[in-house]
Design a protein. Structure first.
Length: 418
């Protein structure tokens, strides 16, 4: 990894995420301007993702070699980032130490060079480190660990370990992918393949719409909906359009509305549909306020991929370990309940509602549906059963890491005639 600009920029981005609670995508957008070549951007992103993903465990490794934690938070990041390169990127000891010192100088932290030098030289000679506490051992803030252990007594360690892995690249294919992509088919989900990491946007099959990026667990949604000819279907909270496109791939003879609150995200739906050469009625509006956009003709099926904590996709969004707070869940759950109640009004009698989150928290999933049915007794569950999913009181949970998939929750509901 050549050039101090990669390390200085990466340190500034990781600092913004960990200590300023800046969204990682926003930090990338702010820092990685057009002056950076694509190869440099890729190197910076890789360093940031790995540092943030493992930050608490890496910091714990070097803290045992100092008398007290440095007050300067950017210095903490510089030291931790250096260990990222040493442990996860196989950089030589001397190079890691020297480049960390150079990074400190570039960031006007010359006063910390001796501290950085001494600390890193001691740390890189440490052959093993188990962690001084649970947060360090699993590289998650303690409240996340407490939440996972409360909800998943037997699987919490699997979830935490999966969260710290580099995520795989899953694709959805209209036809068998080329052998050159080295595709590994999913054991159960049709047309889902895992392929080696690469820039898929440069592949002809992607450009032609024959393959799309979508985790295998997310691909289950369209199969559960099972779109039939002439059905009126709503894909609520539809951006970026992966599930919208998949529904149309399964059956292009449907009346599909794709709803999205934010105009910029709605553009992604249009772009995905254009690439796939498919069409849907894209509506920019608030799903929880149907009086502002609903035409009056009720839907036969609704897919509600609700906003959530994203606790099932931490391996793809490691920044949420630091940007989320426990109190955020209360607001998220209220939003989910508002959306469920709004969707209930728009569904025909005998229609079906699929509730989906990329979370593994019961508070957002099974408990949410339990509360919804209490206030909407006309709804009953349509049982789902898949070998890779865990049955909950209501719905099913794909545990993070099961068959190398993201953590997703599904509950399929029928609106009965009462």
């Amino acid at each position: 990894m050549s050039g101090p600009n990669i390390r200085t920029t990466a340190a500034q981005i990781s600092y913004a995420v960990i200590y300023k609670k800046t969204n990682l995508s926003a930090a990338f957008k702010q820092r990685l301007t057009a002056k950076y070549p694509n190869t440099t951007k890729s190197a910076i992103k890789a360093l940031c993702f790995t540092t943030i993903r493992n930050y608490l465990s890496l910091e714990d490794r070097w803290l045992i070699h100092v008398n007290k934690r440095p007050k300067d938070k950017l210095v903490r990041v510089i030291i931790t980032q250096a260990l990222t390169e040493f442990i996860y990127m196989d950089k030589p000891k001397h190079a890691v130490v020297n480049e960390a010192i150079n990074t400190a100088k570039k960031l006007n932290k010359q006063w910390a060079c001796a501290l950085i030098n001494s600390t890193l030289r001691k740390t890189v000679e440490t052959t093993s480190h188990l962690g001084t506490n649970t947060a360090a051992q699993f590289s998650h803030p303690q409240w996340w660990i407490d939440k996972f252990t409360a909800d998943w007594t037997n699987q919490w360690q699997q979830i935490l370990i999966a969260n710290n892995q580099k995520p795989p690249l899953w694709i959805r294919a209209r036809k068998t992918p080329p052998a050159a992509l080295l595709p590994q088919p999913h054991s159960t989900i049709p047309n889902a393949y895992k392929i080696p990491a690469q820039d898929i946007t440069q592949i002809k099959e992607f450009q032609d719409g024959d393959i799309s990026v979508q985790d295998a667990s997310a691909q289950l949604a369209a199969f559960i909906i099972d779109p039939q000819d002439d059905e009126r279907i709503l894909d609520a909270c539809a951006a970026p359009g992966g599930k919208t496109g998949h529904l149309l791939e399964l059956n292009n003879n449907i009346q599909l509305d794709a709803l999205e609150l934010y105009p910029n995200r709605a553009k992604k739906i249009h772009a995905n549909l254009h690439r796939l050469k498919l069409n849907a009625n894209v509506i920019v509006a608030d799903a929880s306020q149907p009086q502002d956009w609903f035409s009056g003709k009720k839907y036969q099926k609704i897919l509600l991929d609700a906003p959530c904590s994203a606790a099932g996709i931490i391996r793809r969004q490691p920044d949420i370990k630091f940007t989320r707070e426990p109190d955020d869940l209360l607001k998220i759950c209220q939003t989910q309940q508002n959306l469920l109640s709004a969707m209930a009004q728009l569904l025909e009698v005998n229609g079906s509602l699929l509730y989906v989150t990329c979370s593994v928290f019961n508070q957002e999933n099974s408990n949410q549906i339990k509360n919804f049915i209490k206030t909407h007794p006309e709804f009953s569950e349509i049982k789902l059963n898949y070998p890779f999913a865990t049955n909950c009181e209501y719905g099913i949970q794909i545990i993070s890491g099961n068959e190398d998939m993201d953590g997703f929750y599904y509950c399929y509901l029928n609106k009965n005639d009462v």
